[in-house]
Design a protein around this ligand. Structure first.
Ligand code: GUN
Length: 293
């Protein structure tokens, strides 16, 4: 029997509908949740993400601002925009879309964002809060979306062996932190490019999370029969016959793996839509922390 599909579009829809209801409640107390997205340059994938984030905000009834800087923008210009958004009371959440052009230093930019507005959860303060289990920070949106997906499909995590392939600051590491939290209670292994005998690790996984950024990296022989497979990868693979000249492929070799797995996320339509839904949710949370007189 092929694996059950975990429908990220449907789960994201449900979250966005819940957020829209809560946005209305914030508005009723005089706070309009506001998100600012800063885009430097014209990277095609980033341009699409940023447009989608703005539209999703508006659909949820939020205030949305997109600030576009040319790809020649200096670090000082970018920091000045961050400072201005930090000081703007109409903005509760902000993010600077990555990657940045090479003259900009992403680490310095991230550290300049007020942690209380860092809805990406990239600031070291928020990374630290997540690790030590303090709930008043922000978790990065993609791993937070994976947790929501597991919860809403009743995938058991308590005591489960979860293997994450990938150790990035955006996905792998915060994913591990979230899975270890009391209430989630997974046993977590992080694998990476220097891991020995990778399939030995992945085949132990009740839940296997692929976040490597290499198309079709996870093959059927790496998956335990019946496991839940979460594919965080979104890779552009050249395909001359496709309309745009490329197709999207996940980090998981979908067809053969879905014959072995119990549950699996597709790409597209799996984890991707959840990232935006969780960004809206974090912006709502940021706004809800604002005190009104
Ligand atoms: N680029 C790709 N994913 C992300 C994300 O989640 N946040 C930001 N700021 N940039 C990204």
């Amino acid at each position: 029997m092929p694996a059950e599909l975990l429908d990220g579009i449907a789960v994201a829809r449900a979250i966005r509908d819940e957020v829209a209801v809560a946005v209305a409640a914030q508005k009723a107390r005089g706070v309009v949740p506001g998100l600012a997205v800063v885009l430097v340059g014209e990277d095609p994938a980033s341009t699409v993400y940023v447009r989608n984030k703005g539209r999703a905000c508006e659909e949820a009834g939020m205030h949305s601002v997109t600030i576009r800087l040319p790809d020649t923008a200096s670090q000082a210009e970018l920091l000045a925009v961050v400072d201005q958004l930090n000081a703007d009371p109409a903005i509760h959440g902000m993010l600077v879309q990555m990657p940045l052009p090479k003259q900009c230093n992403a680490d310095e930019v991230i550290r300049r964002i007020d942690p209380a507005k860092d809805v990406d959860g990239f600031h070291p303060i928020n990374a630290g809060k997540l690790l030590i289990g303090e709930k008043d920070g922000f978790a990065p949106c993609t791993p937070a979306g994976v947790i929501e997906l597991l919860k809403r499909y009743d995938v058991p995590t308590s005591g489960a062996d979860v293997v994450i392939v990938g150790r990035s600051n955006i996905v792998g590491k915060p994913m591990a932190s979230l899975l270890m939290q009391p209430g989630v209670d997974a046993t977590v292994t992080i694998c990476h490019s220097r891991t020995r005998e990778l399939p030995t690790h992945t085949r132990r996984a009740d839940i296997l999370i692929a976040a490597i950024g290499r198309p079709k990296f996870v093959t059927a022989d790496m998956v335990k029969p019946g496991a839940t497979v979460i594919d965080v990868g979104i890779n552009r693979v050249d395909e001359p016959r496709a309309k745009n000249g490329y197709v999207l492929a996940g980090d998981v070799d979908f067809a053969p793996v879905s014959a072995v797995a119990g549950k699996i996320t597709p790409v597209p339509g799996g984890v991707g839509p959840l990232t935006i839904a969780m960004l809206l949710k974090s912006t709502l949370v940021a706004a809800s922390r604002v005190r009104v007189a």
